[in-house]
Design a protein around this ligand. Structure first.
Ligand SMILES: Nc1ncnc2c1ncn2[C@@H]1O[C@H](COP(=O)(O)OP(=O)(O)O)[C@@H](O)[C@H]1O
Ligand SMILES: [Mg+2]
Length: 407
């Protein structure tokens, strides 16, 4: 018997395109099919790695740093081994290097090296933890792990692949160390890292990639140690170009039951303005929820507007922009910064003059430029269009701030 399937062309398309689906993901780093391949960015990263640089990936929170590092690791090239470590919770130097040692011991970088095995025989952990992945040093082991890391890395045979050590949330670690043990400990930590990078024996074998959502430069300059990081090559993670943003939307739409007209896509992108993948994911998700909850058969402009309102209700996605400055600034500095952001959220812009006047009000004439610099660096505001005028990077954040902090 002949059965005839009548499929609408849209449904057929959706069925045919099964497989290469990109799922909506809002928050966690994305991986595999869910990672939108940012060709330019990936190329820049490889150019820096291939020419032997140590790298600082600089970009605000949620811009896609961790996802990029995963991508590089998951799609490595011949001749490289990647190691990824999130260092956010670490608060002392020895612990930092212990965690790296444990990671290094699990990579192919050391697995087949007789020299390293011999070295470990004399420096083996007393409380031996021998899992499927090999040796591990536990928290109570008392070694100088900086020395140990250096020795282990040097012991690997030279023809082996190059090891790329990626350290995520590095500035957080530095901040933790300064908070718990003081400025000098922070400086020491930075110097140890620099020493590893500058060891000629090591530089043929190892490269470091640091990243973090808070400006490393800001913290480092506060403890007067900028020289300890001036050898790092910066890799910026810019927002997407309009064409890339459209491509992500197209890919995300393959996995939902509705379509968006060209007009609505342009409308959405104009409203988001600061085209980071995260905001695009968030809005498509909210449109999807609205579409489902209200049983719609079509997305209209009002649906999109409703979705934007809903998106701003998701406090946990935005709150860190406020808590971050609350936690990291002293009271007058915090008050100055908050007022600056409040005014900008109300008026859309703030001029350099207004900012200077505000600094006088808070008696911060001497340091206010650093505070403004930190806001720019950490992705709150910019003066790209006009040197004298600052505005929010993102109208979304601006709206959120106006509703939740300023009022
Ligand atoms: N290349 C990408 N493709 C798709 N989504 C992305 C991409 N990069 C970032 N995202 C979105 O941004 C969110 C945060 O990404 P993440 O890598 O964790 O950023 P960061 O480490 O800078 O905070 C992800 O949950 C996802 O929604
Ligand atoms: Mg991250």
């Amino acid at each position: 018997m002949l059965t005839i399937f009548i499929l609408s062309s849209k449904l057929t398309m959706k069925l045919l395109s099964k497989g290469a689906k990109m799922k909506i993901q809002t928050g966690n780093p994305v991986r595999g099919k869910d990672y939108f391949k940012r060709e330019n960015l990936i190329k820049k990263a490889w150019d820096l790695i291939d020419s032997g640089n140590h790298i600082l990936i600089a970009a605000p929170r949620r811009v896609g740093k961790t996802s990029l590092m995963y991508y590089l690791k998951d799609n490595s090239k011949d001749g490289y081994i990647f190691l990824y470590l999130d260092t956010e919770s670490i608060n002392n130097e020895n612990e930092f290097f212990r965690r790296i040692v444990n990671k290094v011991l699990k990579t192919d970088f050391v697995k087949n090296s007789q020299k390293i095995l011999t070295f470990l025989e004399t420096h083996k952990p007393t409380k031996k933890k021998l899992g499927p992945d090999g040796v591990e040093f536990g928290v109570s082991e008392d070694f100088n792990y900086f020395e140990m890391l250096s020795k282990i890395l040097k012991s690997s045979s030279s023809e082996i692949k190059k090891l790329i050590i990626m350290l995520d949330e590095f500035p957080e670690t530095l901040e933790n160390i300064i908070e718990d043990e003081g400025k000098n400990a922070g400086k020491h930590f930075l110097q140890s890292n620099r020493e590893l990078r500058h060891d000629t024996e090591l530089s043929e074998k190892v490269q470091f990639v640091y990243t973090g959502s808070i400006g490393l430069e800001n913290i480092v300059s506060k403890i007067d140690a900028i020289k300890t990081i001036n050898d790092l090559s910066r890799l910026k993670v810019p927002p997407l170009k309009t064409e890339e943003a459209k491509k992500i939307i197209e890919l995300l739409l393959k996995n939902v039951d509705f379509d968006l007209s060209e007009y609505l896509i342009n409308y959405i992108l104009k409203k988001i303005e600061w085209l980071i993948p995260f905001y695009i994911q968030l809005i498509i998700q909210e449109i999807k929820y609205t579409y489902q909850d209200e049983n719609l058969d079509k997305i209209k402009k009002t649906t999109v507007e409703h979705a934007f309102d809903q998106m701003l209700e998701q406090r946990h996605h935005f709150e860190h922009w406020h808590t971050r400055i609350r936690a990291s600034l002293k009271s007058t500095e915090y008050n100055f910064t908050k007022e600056l952001l409040n005014i900008t959220s109300e008026n859309d812009t703030i001029s350099s003059n207004e900012i200077r006047n505000l600094s006088v009000k808070y008696h911060l004439e001497n340091i206010y430029k650093d505070l403004v610099g930190a806001l720019v660096y950490d992705g709150y505001i910019n003066n790209n269009e006009n040197n004298q005028i600052y505005r929010y990077n993102s109208p979304i954040l601006r709206m959120w701030w106006r509703q939740n902090v300023a009022n």
